[in-house]
Design a protein around this ligand. Structure first.
Ligand code: SF4
Length: 353
């Protein structure tokens, strides 16, 4: 029996009962794939179900405001994904009548959809012959084929994509892709692969040569960035100021508590905006009420929380107006829903009333 057939038989017996796999529909498959990019299945499932209940199709998503879509993304992080999903839904409705195109190039033109997601949607929803490549697939294929170069190297994605294409079961491309990902998630584990129960064990290079600990080779060259930040709770009558900035390094385009970075900055991307500079000059004497650590991708951040209580909002309102910034005042109880980021939760702990 060929390895693809063994893998397929194994998958049909062992696949997890996941709601987004029940129907071969492009829309829920797309949403689930985007949510799963940075989130574990168990953490994503409850949020996925609530999201689909509120936005059951591209039409409902396209009609919703960005704020509302972001609020349903709370807990998943990496909010640019939610913004792109909404933008892509608008395009689907305007250009394709709400249906997902079946052409790889067309799908790749939708905002936020990269090679992996496009191939996953087309193969799983429409059984089109596109092999996917994600972290799990890279590990399985590197071990199975004995790929002994750095999987983070410049050629790795192209070379491993060729291997994935070669390995694809063209009779069942959707099942095959899910099978390889599932194998990586539950059998071909990073530290302790369960080779003895693996359907690919017979032909697997890493198992045969005792190299499962060495392969895949991952040599990172992305440097960790350490930053010191300030985050500002600007309050008037127990309402807090949220702003929207379009050029910030983080939280782009969403309402958030004003923040900025201080000290030595790695490059221009992190430099303070005009509004952040105004806040610092206005309340530089302000003592911080605490600090906390936060991580975003390869950034290690330490945020000082500053709390300013205003008697009136005239000056700040006129500054906001002069910078043409979107802003709003929200109540404490609304802070986390209006600023849907784990930062809001961390800051709230310092507000003692
Ligand atoms: S035999 Fe072991 S190393 Fe090879 S694919 Fe299976 S679990 Fe991974």
């Amino acid at each position: 029996m060929n390895p693809q057939k063994k893998l397929h038989d194994w998958y049909l017996l062992h696949k997890r009962d996941l709601p987004f796999r029940k129907k071969k529909q492009a829309y829920p498959i797309w949403i689930s794939e985007v949510m799963l990019q940075q989130t574990r299945v168990t953490a994503m499932l409850p949020l996925f179900e609530v999201f689909l209940e509120r936005f059951p199709n591209p039409e409902s998503l396209a009609k919703a405001s960005e704020e509302e879509v972001l609020s349903y993304w709370k807990g998943l992080g990496y909010y640019s994904r939610a913004r792109n999903i909404r933008k892509a839904a608008i395009q689907l409705v305007n250009q394709y009548n709400g249906a997902f195109p079946k052409d790889l190039e067309m799908v790749l033109k939708l905002p936020g959809i990269g090679n992996y997601t496009a191939r996953a949607i087309l193969s799983i929803a429409y059984d089109l012959p596109f092999a996917v490549l994600d972290g799990n697939v890279k590990r399985v294929l590197s071990r199975y084929f004995g790929y002994t170069k750095n999987i983070l190297g410049p050629q790795a994605d192209k070379e491993l994509q060729n291997k994935a294409d070669e390995f694809l079961n063209i009779e069942f491309p959707g099942d095959h892709n899910q099978a390889v990902m599932e194998l990586g998630a539950i059998i071909c584990l990073p530290e302790t692969p369960k080779c003895l129960v693996c359907p690919l064990m017979e032909g697997c290079f890493a198992r045969i040569h005792g190299k499962t600990k060495e392969i895949p080779i991952r040599e990172k060259n992305q440097k960790q960035v350490d930053l010191i930040g300030e985050i500002w709770v600007i309050e008037k009558d127990q309402n807090y100021l949220l702003i929207k900035e379009t050029k910030n390094r983080f939280l782009k385009g969403m309402f958030h508590l004003p923040y900025g970075f201080i000290g030595e900055l790695p490059n221009e991307e992190y430099k303070p905006s005009e509004f952040q500079t105004f806040i610092r000059s206005e309340w530089k004497e302000n003592q911080s009420i605490g600090k906390f650590k936060h991580t975003i991708t390869h950034h290690r951040l330490e945020y000082y929380v500053h709390h300013v209580i205003l008697k009136d909002t005239k000056k700040i309102e006129s500054v906001l107006e002069s910078f043409q910034m979107d802003s709003k005042w929200v109540k404490r109880a609304e802070l986390e829903s209006e600023f849907p980021s784990s930062l809001a939760k961390k800051v709230k702990k310092f507000l003692l009333y």
